[in-house]
Design a protein around this ligand. Structure first.
Ligand code: PLI
Length: 466
């Protein structure tokens, strides 16, 4: 028998795995959820996991590991120094990402801390394609000022630009003219851009940026937390890349940058871990010395040997086309179902989650009443689905004036853990969002009653205004 070979294009995004073990979840009543929400100060970060049904708080550290990764956990070499698992991880980073030197860290922010301290001097300026909370904080703590140089389209949820993570080189050039290239140690480039809604940067844009920064002696430090997802969008959307594998595109992205920070808790399919990867031997030497102060010896950096083994295997799995196609496919399924019901979300649908535009969802709630925070609370109350605010609370306060930063994007993130939930779970999410949408006039916003100094979104507490 002979059949015409069918390409993936004609098939559903269905997962390239099957379930071997399940984790039981508790279903809660409305009264139980109301009590839990009040106790959590209307902050979904302060809920106990046992009170959550579908947990879309984050895709960070929440992936399901494969049988191979679990098998790797049994091969943990827990020697204090020179663990065999470190060398496996080093090999994987070189093979899949191409960076020459590896400094392991306990998670992404450990790497951000080290690179910020090493490269930023008091009074320096760090441009980037939109801020990320922990990244910007470490840049500021090191004495730098962050500048957003992402294209304007990224701040408009309705704009369907295929690469909303792109840098506006004119914005960068204006900073170079104002402060001088010597006050800009590096450009901070994320693949994909979390706070913009999981939006990718194109290779064409990155190449232009490389040319510009080389001319001015500025480094590019790559936040590669979701690089494989960015590569998938390049394969789908950028001319000339349809025939390339995600693994090849990932390498091409990394090769255009000087070093990277990685939260392996996302793309790399592990529950904990991260690293700093570098190409310059002197910078590596200094980073390797600093890691022993803040994280642990340079062959474990805060991780157990077994965690490094799981990560080495996870990195390989993360760049398989079939894996990424299903991962992003599931997110797009959820996004497209919400769009079909005219729920306002960031377009195009991002790689790691669907971002609801809370300003449009709750048009009568002003931004200083924390609409996204209030909407996340309402969704939890309706169904036990936990989501996260990515708006004025996350944006924090202006370093100089002390006022709230008022970001254009006021979003609720429905973040999809990798290899964890089913299509039926996604359908329940849609049902709950539609229910809350019907009742949106009852949501009046929140008042902040406790505000911590750093990264306030994690621990702030609120009271309801309704
Ligand atoms: O959570 P860490 O320290 O492993 O990584 C920090 C971090 C750095 N960059 C980016 C783009 C992130 O998304 C990131 C962490 N993100 C979290 C926790 C999230 O929920 O999106």
């Amino acid at each position: 028998m002979d059949l015409k070979v069918n390409t993936h294009r004609h098939r559903s995004w269905a997962e390239p795995w099957r379930v071997k073990m399940v984790e039981l979840l508790k279903m809660t009543t409305y009264e139980e959820r109301k009590k839990a929400l009040v106790e959590a100060g209307y902050n979904t970060f302060l809920l106990r996991s046992r009170d959550v049904y579908i947990d879309l708080l984050t895709d960070s550290g929440t992936s399901a590991m494969s049988d191979r990764q679990w098998a790797g956990m049994m091969l943990g070499d827990e020697a204090y120094a020179g663990s065999e698992n470190f060398y496996h991880l080093e090999e994987a980073v070189k093979k899949y990402y191409g960076y020459k030197y590896l400094v392991p860290t306990h998670q992404g922010r450990g790497a951000e801390h080290i690179i910020s301290k090493l490269l930023i001097k008091q009074g320096d300026h760090v441009p980037g394609n939109m801020y990320f909370t922990t990244t910007r904080l470490h840049q500021e703590l090191a004495g730098g000022t962050f500048h957003d140089i992402i294209i304007d389209e990224a701040h408009d949820p309705e704009n369907e630009h295929p690469f909303k993570g792109n840098v506006d080189l004119n914005k960068l050039d204006a900073l170079v003219k104002e402060y001088g290239a010597h006050r800009i140690p590096y450009v901070s480039i994320a693949t994909t851009v979390n706070m913009a809604g999981g939006q990718p940067i194109s290779l064409a844009n990155l190449r232009e940026l490389r040319e510009y920064t080389r001319k001015h002696g500025i480094l590019i430090i790559h936040d590669m937390t979701r690089v494989a997802e960015n590569a998938w969008f390049i394969k789908q959307r950028e001319e000339g890349y349809a025939g390339k594998s995600v693994a090849e595109i990932v390498r091409e992205i990394c090769d255009l940058t000087d070093g990277a920070t990685m939260s392996a808790k996302k793309d790399a399919l592990v529950n904990i871990g991260g690293f700093l990867a570098l190409n310059d031997p002197d910078l590596f030497d200094r980073a390797r010395n600093m890691v022993v102060v803040y994280e642990g010896l340079h062959t474990y950096g805060g991780m157990a040997g077994r965690d490094m083994e799981a990560m080495a295997i996870g990195i390989g799995e993360s760049v398989h086309d079939d894996h990424i196609r299903a991962r992003v496919g599931q997110v797009e399924y959820l996004g497209n179902r919400l769009l079909a019901h005219d729920i306002p979300i960031v377009k195009p649908v991002g790689s790691h989650g669907v971002f609801i535009d809370a300003k449009k969802f709750l048009p009568t709630v002003s931004q200083d009443k924390f609409p996204a925070q209030a909407l996340a609370a309402a969704i939890y109350l309706d169904s036990g689905i936990r989501t996260m605010e990515r708006g004025i609370v996350s944006a924090g306060r202006n370093k100089k004036t002390g006022d709230h930063n008022y970001p254009k994007l006021e979003l609720v993130r429905l973040t999809i853990p990798r290899r964890v939930y089913t299509q039926a779970h996604m359908d329940v999410v849609v049902e709950s969002i539609l229910e809350v949408y019907d009742q949106r006039s009852r949501i009046k916003g929140l008042k902040m009653v406790y505000e911590p100094k750093y990264l306030r979104f994690f621990q702030a507490r609120f009271d309801s205004l309704s």
